[in-house]
Design a protein around this ligand. Structure first.
Ligand code: THU
Length: 157
């Protein structure tokens, strides 16, 4: 039997350690949480995607009385970004979340499996790593790519 490791290096940063572009993306994702529609979970999630045309597309989670019909913030943003600018490559995504109170989650919230799969497709289309910024209270986790969040991912590419 052979064994191998799949490694993920996460950088834990203060806001002051982010680049100006990253701070803007984090602020846009945080702002998007205020446009979340989450009457069932009361969990407000925002996502912001930086494209290579320098546009930022934001999205929030949108829930529904028929629960599975709702959608996460990341997919709201990703699907709109690619609908609006089908030629533009994704460069980075920031994700932020608040609970029932107004505080950011203490630990950065990571995308669900379905969102990772969707984001991976756009990373593959981009042909370059899409950096992932996970926002928590007073800290940001920076991951080098979507691929790194989904070991042994299913992909046709
Ligand atoms: N949610 C997101 O928007 N993104 C995630 O990465 C995880 C979960 C949403 C879905 C649902 O509206 C609420 O958070 C609670 O699961």
């Amino acid at each position: 039997m052979k064994k191998f490791d799949v490694n993920l290096t996460v950088e834990a940063l203060g806001f002051d350690e982010l680049t100006a572009a990253e701070r803007r993306l984090v602020d846009t994702a945080s702002d998007a949480t205020y446009r979340s529609y989450c009457p069932y979970s009361h969990f407000h999630v925002g996502a912001a995607i930086l494209l290579d045309n320098d546009e930022i597309i934001a999205g929030s989670n949108q829930e529904n009385a028929a629960y599975p019909s709702g959608i996460c913030a990341e997919r709201t943003a990703a699907f709109y970004a690619h609908s609006r600018y089908p030629e533009a490559a994704f460069r980075a995504i920031a994700i932020a979340a608040r609970g029932t109170d107004t505080h950011w989650t203490a630990a950065p919230v990571a995308p669900c499996g379905a969102c990772r799969q969707v984001l991976l497709e756009y990373e593959n289309l981009a042909g370059a790593p899409v950096s992932v910024l996970l926002v928590g209270d007073g800290k940001v986790y920076r991951l080098p790519s979507v691929r790194s969040t989904l070991p042994l991912a299913f992909t046709e590419f």
